[in-house]
Design a protein around this ligand. Structure first.
Ligand code: UDP
Length: 244
């Protein structure tokens, strides 16, 4: 790990950042918005500069979701494979943006595509993290009927990450949608079981259950807040911790 002199102290040495595909589309209704991808890459760099090892999982919802395909009459598994391929495109876009900032990266896909990125080999991925490379996990879990939230929880467990940072449009978990309900209340801390029982919008149920079974904290924060990711790692800012 490289630590710059000015970097604030953090209790985290290895984390996984999960963002949805939609986070990369900016104000467009679809696809990739390069300035937005560059902005998020800069946020990742600012945490990398603290000496924190970073794994990432990016969704594919800005391009294709399996449920959308199956609603149009496509076989669900086929549609899910298309969704997984969408996540590879997002991972490559993030890789390009990070490499522009001189950060070494690896894209690792759960579905082998050797000409494009590395296949998933757990020990090799850990080694990349130890060498301060940002590892972007693509193609979800490689299985249909899952989501990238579950992939994020799985990879965070496998990599020995101390927490998942889930970047969203709001600064934490609320009892109802804060964009529609001005009286919505934000939780500072909430348990996995409360998230499941109250159907709070954090991650899907299988992702939450997998995090709960391994006591992996999920930190929900706003990706729209400049410097927010780094701030939380330095012990500041507003966010919700999902904990045992
Ligand atoms: N997907 C899948 N298996 C996985 C991860 C993802 O089949 O392990 C497919 C699924 O169709 C999903 C799509 O990939 O709809 C995009 O992922 P997701 O919906 O999680 O993206 P996000 O909402 O985070 O942008």
């Amino acid at each position: 790990m490289t630590e710059t002199a000015a970097a604030p102290a953090t209790k985290y040495s290895r984390v996984l950042l999960k963002i949805s595909g939609e986070a990369l589309m900016g104000d467009q209704g679809y696809g990739l918005h390069p300035p937005t991808v560059a902005r998020i890459a800069a946020e990742v760099k600012s945490v990398h500069d603290m000496g924190v090892e970073i794994a990432m999982v990016i969704g594919g919802g800005n391009i294709f979701r399996g449920l959308q395909g199956s609603a149009q009459g496509m076989e669900r598994a086929t549609a899910d494979y298309m969704g997984m391929l969408a996540t590879v495109m997002n991972a490559l876009a993030m890789q390009a943006a990070l490499e522009d900032l001189k950060i070494h990266t690896r894209v690792i896909s759960a579905i082998p595509m050797d000409q494009v990125c590395e296949p998933y080999i757990r020990r090799r991925a850990i080694r990349h993290l130890e060498k301060s490379r940002v590892v972007i996990f693509a193609a979800g879990t490689g299985n249909p009927y899952f989501t990238t939230d579950t992939a994020a929880t799985l990879r965070a467990n496998e990599m020995g990450c101390q927490a998942i940072f889930k970047g969203t449009k709001v600064d934490g978990v609320y009892d109802k949608d804060p964009k529609k309900n001005p009286d919505a209340k934000r939780y500072d801390r909430v348990t996995y079981d409360e998230v499941l029982q109250k159907h709070l919008a954090v991650m899907d149920a299988s992702a939450i259950a997998l995090a709960r079974d391994n006591a992996l904290p999920i930190i929900v924060f706003s990706l729209d807040e400049p410097g927010g990711f780094r701030g939380i790692l330095a012990g500041q800012g507003t966010y919700t911790t999902v904990h045992p």
